[in-house]
Design a protein around this ligand. Structure first.
Ligand SMILES: Cc1cc2nc3c(=O)[nH]c(=O)nc-3n(C[C@H](O)[C@H](O)[C@H](O)COP(=O)(O)OP(=O)(O)OC[C@H]3O[C@@H](n4cnc5c(N)ncnc54)[C@H](O)[C@@H]3O)c2cc1C
Length: 445
């Protein structure tokens, strides 16, 4: 480790003490490795002395998963942030974990490609963090999530062993799929030191459709019709009536917020000469009984204007109620109306404001329980019922943000005891001393 690769002054420790959850804990030291060999050495040393290790990208996690232990060290990958290879013929890119998602997209675009995982946090989150959290964004509906877009990894396990997983090919069946196991493991099994990303060619034709509906049922029927069709949108975003009321009439192209109970933003991409047919096919499917209007953006400026509605939502929520419990559940697309109806019933029952929006094509809704400190207990009680509803509908508690320390007490609700026991056993294989990100992902024993 270089001499300045170890810092234990208070200012540095405080700077690495938090992530985008409200949690914070000041670590004993922060380490800045520059190559895999140094990661091996530091993990082994921490293993010998039982010192907790929390890997860190840029700390944008919303679940506390990047918050260290007070007696532990943070391993920041900011000095391992190089793009090692761009290979258009093999449609892959090899990167170090500290490189920004946005930088990967910039360099890939130069070669005519993109990397499909596109979290909103792309400009301020790293590939190592994206992999550990199994991140995804709107494009997941067409191109898949992080798991579908990583070919292989180099990792250092909690035992200090360096493992290479996966292949440089898009097919490969030798052995267990350790790549998928490490993706989404939130730094609890191993530290990623290199990743081989699967690249997808950029499409040059693009169109945006905004569809307004009288109610959520109509919007959900439209989503089901679109997803049952031959054209997969590259984004299929949903906002419920509460979200629409909040952003106001300016974004509804003349429709009144009172007559609009749901909105879809649909983005299509493809070869330019095919766009007309794609737009027509999807617009037809988006037009169901209960449709208020379907507008198609004809140029980039118009498309940006349609997306403004979605962008206006976060600031509007903050203005209305600064505190929110922000969940990212997912259910099968076909039962989304039941989820939205169930959420409305729970909001009434608990007397709180629930607002939903998100990636409808994946059945992934950001369910925000808005309020202030005074009603926190009520919102927490409601949250448990939200999770029960989601699981009863065959869904999952987190589609993209992960578990961290925030949601770990709920994972048994979804996984059940046998799965949880198998996962704990796997953790012991890769991290025998239990030093990697303790307090994350698993409930207390
Ligand atoms: C405004 C905002 C918008 C967001 N939008 C999205 C979104 O659209 N989709 C989405 O999926 N998420 C989103 N997120 C959540 C977050 O940005 C992602 O989870 C992101 O992948 C975290 O990356 P990071 O580099 O900040 O990682 P960190 O927050 O630093 O770490 C996250 C986790 O990864 C682990 N980790 C980091 N690097 C490594 C490594 N090299 N090896 C092993 N473990 C490692 C950490 O220990 C921790 O468990 C958003 C967050 C914010 C604040």
């Amino acid at each position: 480790m270089p001499r300045d690769g170890f810092r234990d002054d208070l200012a540095t420790r405080v700077a690495y003490s938090y992530d985008n959850s409200r949690r914070r804990c000041t670590p004993a030291a922060v380490l800045f490795p520059e190559e895999t060999g140094q990661v091996v050495k530091l993990v082994r040393a921490c293993g010998e002395h039982g010192i907790p290790v929390t890997a860190r990208g840029l700390g944008s996690a919303t679940t506390g998963s990047a918050v260290p232990a007070s007696d532990g060290v943070v391993v920041s990958f900011e000095r391992m942030a190089r793009i090692l290879e761009v290979n258009p013929a093999d449609r892959l890119m090899v990167v170090q974990p500290g490189v920004l998602n946005a930088e990967v997209q910039r360099v890939a675009a130069g070669a005519g490609f993109f990397w499909a995982p596109d979290p909103t946090s792309a400009p301020y989150s790293t590939i190592g963090g994206n992999i550990a959290c199994h991140a995804a964004g709107p494009r997941a509906v067409k191109y898949g999530t992080t798991r579908e877009n990583i070919l292989g990894l180099e990792v250092v396990t909690g035992a200090g062993d360096t493992i290479r997983t996966g292949t440089r090919t898009t097919k490969g069946v030798v052995g267990y799929d350790l790549t998928r196991l490490f993706i989404g493991s939130e730094g609890t099994l191993a530290l990623t030191t290199e990743a081989t990303l699967k690249l997808t060619p950029l499409q040059h034709g693009r169109a945006t459709i905004r569809a307004l509906y009288h109610d959520v049922d109509a919007a959900a029927r439209a989503v089901a019709a679109i997803m049952a069709g031959p054209v997969t949108p590259c984004a299929l975003e949903f906002m419920d009536g509460t979200a629409i009321q909040l952003v106001g009439a300016d974004h509804l192209g003349g429709a009144s917020p009172e007559e609009v109970g749901a909105l879809l933003l649909i983005e299509l991409e493809g070869e330019p000469d095919l766009m007309h047919d794609l737009v027509e096919s999807v617009s037809k499917r988006a037009t169901v009984a209960g449709t208020v209007s379907v507008d198609i953006a004809t140029d980039a400026a118009e498309a940006e204007r349609l997306w403004d509605c979605r962008r206006a939502l976060s600031p509007a929520q903050r203005r209305l109620k600064p505190h929110k419990i922000n969940e990212d559940v997912a259910v099968p697309v076909s039962v989304m109306p039941a989820l939205v109806k169930g959420l409305a019933d729970l909001a009434d029952h608990h007397g709180i404001l629930i607002l939903s929006f998100g990636h409808a094509g994946n059945g992934n809704l950001h369910v925000n329980l808005l309020g202030d400190d005074a009603d926190l207990e009520r919102r927490q009680a409601c949250l448990v019922e939200v999770f029960r509803l989601v699981l009863d509908l065959g869904g999952t508690l987190s589609a993209e943000h992960g578990i961290g320390s925030e949601k770990r007490m709920f994972v048994e609700m979804e996984l059940g005891k046998p799965s949880l026991a198998a996962m704990r056993a796997l953790k012991r294989v890769f991290d025998p001393a239990g030093i990697l990100n303790p307090g994350t992902l698993f409930p207390d024993d």
